[in-house]
Design a protein around this ligand. Structure first.
Ligand code: SAH
Ligand code: SF4
Length: 359
């Protein structure tokens, strides 16, 4: 974490807090208040001694973000704009879907399944030509605590039961692997059993493909899910779309993905943003199928979502379906991301397109 950034109560794993707060069982109580009872001030922590509350109040900010706007979509997804103390803002989205589950008797039940789309940076350095976040440039990395706070505040805001698990996709603003250390710390804090208890298998990092950082993740073996924003099968086009492709080309990403440990029940998600007349042809689909051979992959086709001033266009439904059918015929699992929250007037092009990443 950089020099002048103050650590907040959300920046610590439980064992770290236990080495700071004495006696250490108090740390567990604080964790319980924050992550199970959603307390956002120390005063309400009525089983803590006053002296400790004062000490915590002075040392660790607890009110670090405000929700300054909320937009609801007719399909139930909700977009939140968070403002941090330095007035910077990021978006987070709550997506709702029905999840099929089987109960003890084998009966299929349906329950509400929440997925949170969380931001990792204010802006982004990667500069993709199709992305609205890129147009605003880069302001700063989010701290681990600011990443954690988005999740916590969304759970609190929506009165989601402490025991109800949620899925997280790091697909909001920013390139998560460009903020590696803070992201990994946040993932660990979020998965603390005594905290929000969000298993790493329920957390998905979406990356534009920083191969060296994918390898770093591989070594860390967190059990996290990976989504690769591939978008093109040809390096020229991919470099036009994602300038960083010049440093980390398609083959380097595929090689890194092949080294990544995959949960046996899961697959690596490949996101493929479909742009009219750019990458929506069957030749590309064929190349994609070949590229992914030997990988436990699942392709998610995303309609390019146009915004003012951009030259690219949304593909036709017909081309999307043909692309999908071709991949399926080659035995590549492929879904089309039906836009959730399309009616939300989002400032951030991609957020409103986020849909289900399985949990
Ligand atoms: N930086 C990471 C995560 C945030 S972007 C990444 O690039 O993966 C999340 C997703 O939104 C990416 O797959 C990105 O390609 C997609 N996206 C960006 N702009 C979009 C647009 N205009 N229409 C549809 N999807 C978009
Ligand atoms: Fe950054 Fe992802 Fe947008 Fe590219 S698509 S500019 S990596 S947020």
């Amino acid at each position: 974490m950089k020099g002048n950034i103050i650590k907040t109560i959300y920046d610590y794993k439980l064992n770290e807090l236990q080495s700071i707060i004495k006696p250490s069982f108090r740390a567990k109580q604080v964790y319980n208040w924050i992550y199970k009872k959603y307390a956002t001030n120390y005063l309400e922590m009525n089983n803590l001694p006053n002296i400790l509350k004062e000490d915590l109040e002075n040392k660790f900010p607890i009110n670090i973000a405000k929700i300054i706007s909320v937009e609801k979509s007719i399909d139930g997804s909700i977009k939140y704009l968070f403002e941090f103390n330095d007035k910077t803002t990021v978006e987070a989205v709550l997506l709702l879907m029905k999840d099929k589950k089987t109960d003890e008797t084998g009966k299929i039940t349906k329950s509400e399944q929440y997925t949170f789309c969380i931001s990792s940076q204010v802006g982004c350095k990667v500069g993709c030509s199709f992305c609205l976040t890129a147009k605003g440039g880069f302001t700063r990395d989010l701290t681990a605590g600011e990443i954690v706070a988005q999740v916590l505040y969304l759970k609190k805001e929506n009165n989601i039961d402490e025991n109800k698990s949620v899925n997280i996709v790091y697909m909001g603003m920013g390139e998560p692997l460009d903020n590696y250390d803070n992201l990994v710390q946040a993932i660990k804090i979020l998965s603390e059993e005594n905290g929000l208890n969000i298993n790493t298998r329920r957390q998905t990092i979406s990356t534009s493909g920083i191969s060296s950082k994918i390898d770093k993740l591989t070594k860390e073996d967190l059990g996290i899910q990976l989504a690769i924003s591939l978008h093109a099968v040809d390096d020229n086009l991919r470099s036009e779309l994602i300038p960083m492709n010049k440093a980390y080309n398609i083959q380097s990403i595929i090689d890194a993905v092949k080294r990544f440990p995959v949960d046996t029940r899961k697959k690596i998600m490949f996101e493929y943003l479909v742009i009219k007349d750019k990458n929506d042809d069957i030749k590309s689909a064929d190349k994609l199928a070949k590229l992914l051979s030997g990988i436990e992959a699942k392709v998610n086709l995303i309609y390019f979502n146009p915004f003012e001033g951009v030259d690219y266009q949304r593909p036709s439904r017909n081309n999307m379906v043909k692309f999908q059918e071709y991949l399926l015929s080659k035995n590549v699992i492929c879904t089309i991301r039906e836009s959730k929250g399309l009616d939300i007037s989002a400032a951030c092009g991609q957020l409103k397109e986020k849909n289900k990443i399985e949990g």
